[in-house]
Design a protein around this ligand. Structure first.
Ligand SMILES: [Zn+2]
Length: 876
């Protein structure tokens, strides 16, 4: 078998033929669905007169091919390497094809497949070619008409994009519905759903007074879990009108919940298909974090109607064009509803741990890659999250108003077109008059820029000089990097805790300003500054960079107390804790007693005794840095020292501050009924952080508090928090009965069972890996369902570092076995699951050898393009 080959952005050519109109007919059958496609094709005026017609197709049984009603002879076309090539075609013609596909055996969950009792589709990025012969590329946009024929009993509901225009009965108990989508779209936005589904209906009046019908389709048992998504959808529709002037453009907007789904959700025109985990919620089954996640995803997919659907990507190298902008939009939406600093903390924490790790690892790639083997592998944190950070920097550089004018012009100018990242950035340059040439490097250069800052104080002249240098490390294929344009938002905090007026060259910049770092090194002189000022740098995480500055512990404590920026107060606390934990790691390595720095204890005492107004931020400040983030700060990663030191730090904070945590726990109890409001969520978050410290202290009294909270059974946020503490304690007599009871109670609800799986396999105890193996045989687990795989295998390999990295290599072996099986069933998920195995470069030699050994074992298999690409990069 030939090795899969890379595709290059520089090889892009416009399509030789356009499809103006696509008419599809699906005759549904679980094993043999017949798909008839009629494409109205026109040669592109600039392509050669004799250009061949090339269509994509995968796994299709072709029954008929005809041009203008004339069936083609076998000598008139070729089928090779997933392509149908017809050498001789007229200038304008109608192409008819008829194929048979097998949705039941489609375990890759791309194209048309069966999930439980329903048929559904996933076509982004290249799933449509598994449905019919088609120019499956985003720059071919057509108007679609789709007729779906199904069994009246088994598929009473037949959905596709757009508006229903006709329906009727057919012989043999079959019926049909015809849908018409008047907006030209690429094939990746096609969708079809058929099955026995129930509908929840609502409506929305747009800003121009049009009435839009809203429909949420679920299986009957999930009707109780639809309110939140519907309410979130209406909030998102309103927000997009207010913040971006974007109105919905069809009479009907539908969401469908599907159990087997590779991604979170998909923005198909008028028919968004959601992973049920990203849409279904109620207080008994869903935690606060998931309520917020659902709100964000519903908004994200809805926002794509403009940033993605009306204006789409020219080719898949431009994926960040739609994803970066849309993630930025959903982040802004979420922070307008919930605590804005906490939203920023969560997004930045994701960047600083997982995206930075990706950017420093073997699969590092630019936000706009220039080549790939399998595009499905590029639905990454770099494309989504770093892509969003770039748009955020742009919006700050331009200012909110100019950015809005830019986005208005972008939507107006490119409506109905498939465009590039340049088109977006150049529009922003045009409206603002800014030169964004250097800024474009953010899209081209992989790797996280490293900022090294230092300061100098001249007491006589009362001058504070800040020097910042930048350097981006080499990444695969990119040895040398150029300086980026980095916006550094900052302030100075005086010794008395007051903000310092920032005067540069005699000009005042208030107490908060943005420095534009463009060179390899730059200097700024602040005048009229008293001694003892502490710089607060990179406020609000104003750029996706690493920042080093030699803050002393006293300076960090000072920022923790007084910084005007909530994000930087949190960041100062994380850095203070990191210093203390790193000292304990060194003690762990020397086999010495690990004593926690008293200054960290005092800092926490201050936080607990004098809580700020924003309890949501306080809860984040009280959480110690994650093991993943601590590891990111190390040149050599010592898995056991990180785990041991962090654990000891938690215990010592608990021992020293038990009464303080106890009073915070009691002060944040609620008497009113559960609601996913920001105020209530802040209280629960703070209360449950406090409880985690109390339990870490090991007192029976604290464990009883956790048990009481579990048994009170008020809402899933509190139940899950308490269950996790019991299941992760050494007290099997408390943990085991709770786990058993929870599993029995929720056996019927797969989304709750996912939480049950994840809770057990993230145990720090040494038996976690054996639990994973045991639970893989549980009736609620299925390796074919991506949610189950993420809950059981993903949670273990990504959140239980100390057990995944066991020195006997059993964690690596387990993951490799799973990847080998998934490679055959669902390559897209296989390529995602394998990632922890590729992050070996900074571990000790023994673990490196074990991990490489498992990667070699995987490489010996007959690999999908997806897994092949990741393994090759990891072993390079
Ligand atoms: Zn998206």
């Amino acid at each position: 078998m030939a090795e899969p080959q890379a595709i290059y952005l520089s090889d892009y050519r416009p399509p030789a033929y356009h499809v103006d109109k696509t008419e599809l007919t699906f005759d549904l059958d679980p094993q043999a669905t017949r798909v008839r496609a009629r494409l109205h094709v026109t040669r592109h005026p600039e392509s050669e007169a004799q250009a061949a017609l090339t269509l994509h197709g995968h796994g299709l049984t072709t029954e008929r091919i005809a041009i203008d009603g004339q069936a083609l002879l076998e000598s008139e076309y070729r089928i090779e390497a997933d392509q149908l090539i017809i050498d001789q075609v007229p200038e304008t013609f109608v192409l008819d094809t008829e194929v048979i596909i097998d949705p039941t055996s489609n375990t890759a969950l791309e194209g048309l497949y069966v999930s439980g009792p329903m048929f559904c589709t996933q076509c982004e990025p290249e799933g449509f070619r598994r449905i019919t012969w088609y120019p499956d590329r985003p720059d071919v946009m057509a108007v679609f008409t789709t007729t779906v024929i199904g069994d009246r009993q088994r598929q009473p509901v037949l959905l596709s994009n757009g508006n229903p225009i006709e329906r009727g009965e057919l012989p043999d108990g079959r019926h049909f519905v015809t849908w018409e989508d008047p907006h030209p779209k690429p094939a990746y936005l096609f969708a079809l759903v058929a099955g026995s589904l129930e509908c929840v209906r609502d409506s929305f009046t747009t800003m121009s007074g049009r009435e839009v019908a809203l429909e949420l389709w679920v299986e009957a048992q999930n009707l109780e879990k639809t309110d939140w998504a519907m309410a979130s959808l209406k909030r998102a529709m309103k927000w997009d009108e207010e913040a971006y002037g974007r109105e919905y453009d069809l009479d009907l907007f539908m969401i469908v919940a599907v159990d087997d789904f590779n991604m979170g959700a998909m923005e198909n025109k008028g028919l968004n298909i959601f992973n049920s985990a990203a849409v279904l919620a109620n207080p008994q089954t869903t935690t606060d974090a998931t309520f917020q996640r659902i709100e964000g995803i519903v908004a994200h997919e809805y926002f794509h109607n403009w940033s993605g659907n009306r204006v789409t990507c020219r080719d898949w190298f431009q994926l960040a064009l739609k994803e970066g902008f849309t993630v930025f939009r959903d982040q802004s939406f979420s922070s307008s509803i919930n605590s804005a600093p906490v939203k920023r903390i969560e997004d930045a924490a994701l960047m600083r741990t997982l995206q930075f790790a990706e950017d420093a690892g073997p699969t590092a790639h630019p936000v706009r890659p220039d080549h790939f083997i399998e595009i499905s592998n590029f639905y990454t944190l770099t494309i989504y999250e770093k892509g969003a950070e770039i748009v955020r920097m742009l919006s700050h550089l331009l200012g909110e108003e100019t950015f809005r004018r830019g986005s208005d012009l972008y939507f107006e100018r490119f409506d109905g077109q498939a465009v590039r990242v340049e088109d977006f950035v150049e529009t922003m340059a045009e409206v603002s008059g800014e030169d964004l040439t250097q800024f474009m490097r953010w899209y081209a250069q992989a790797g996280t820029p490293q900022l090294t800052a230092r300061s100098d104080y001249d007491a006589e002249k009362r001058r504070f000089t800040l020097t910042i240098a930048q350097q981006t490390p080499p990444t695969p294929g990119q040895e040398h990097k150029q300086p980026q344009h980095v916006p550094v938002r900052m302030g100075l905090m005086a010794a008395d805790g007051q903000p310092v007026e920032l005067i540069i060259n005699g000009e005042s910049h208030g107490t908060d300003t943005v420095l534009h770092l463009r060179e390899a090194e730059q200097q700024w002189v602040f005048e009229n500054v008293d001694a003892g000022a502490v710089p607060s740098l990179l406020r609000g995480f104003s750029a996706p960079v690493r920042l080093e500055y030699p803050w002393s512990r006293d300076e960090l404590s000072h920022l923790m107390r007084f910084d005007e920026d909530g994000f930087n107060r949190w960041d100062a606390t994380q850095r203070l804790a990191l210093i203390a934990i790193e000292e304990m790691m060194a003690a762990h390595q020397r086999n010495e007693l690990m004593a926690l720095d008293a200054r960290l204890i005092e800092a926490f005492r201050y936080l607990l005794r004098e809580p700020t107004d924003d309890r949501a931020v306080l809860a984040e400040m009280l959480r110690l840095p994650s093991e993943a983030w601590i590891a990111e700060q190390q040149r050599r990663v010592d898995i056991d020292a990180i785990h041991g030191a962090r654990r000891a730090a938690i215990e010592q904070l608990a021992d020293n501050l038990f009464p303080e945590f106890e009073s915070v726990y009691h002060a944040n109890q609620q008497s009113e009924a559960y609601a996913p409001t920001p105020e209530q969520m802040a209280s629960r978050s703070l209360k449950n952080v406090a409880l985690s410290y109390l339990v870490a202290n090991g007192e029976v009294e604290a464990l009883n508090m956790a048990r009481a909270q579990y048994e009170a059974d008020d809402n899933m946020t509190d139940v899950r928090a308490a269950l996790t503490l019991l299941a992760h304690s050494d007290r099997a007599d408390l943990g085991d009965p709770a786990i058993r009871a929870f599993g029995e109670r929720w056996a019927h609800d797969s989304l709750v069972m996912d939480q049950w799986f994840a809770t057990q396999v993230t145990r720090p105890q040494a038996d976690a890996l054996e639990r994973v193996r045991f639970l893989m045989d549980h009736p609620a687990f299925s390796i074919k369902n991506p949610n189950r795989v993420r809950a059981l295998i993903g949670a273990f390999t990504q959140q239980n570092r100390v057990n995944f990295h066991r020195l006997d290599g059993e964690g690596y072996r387990l993951l490799a076995d799973v990847v080998i099986e998934l490679n055959r069933l669902n390559p897209e998920i296989a390529a995602r699951m394998i990632v922890p195995l590729t992050r070996y470069h900074r571990l000790d030699e023994k673990r490196q050898a074990l991990m490489r050994g498992e990667l070699e074992r995987i490489r010996a298999e007959n690999l999908s393009r997806n897994v092949f690409e990741v393994v090759e990069k990891a072993l390079a």
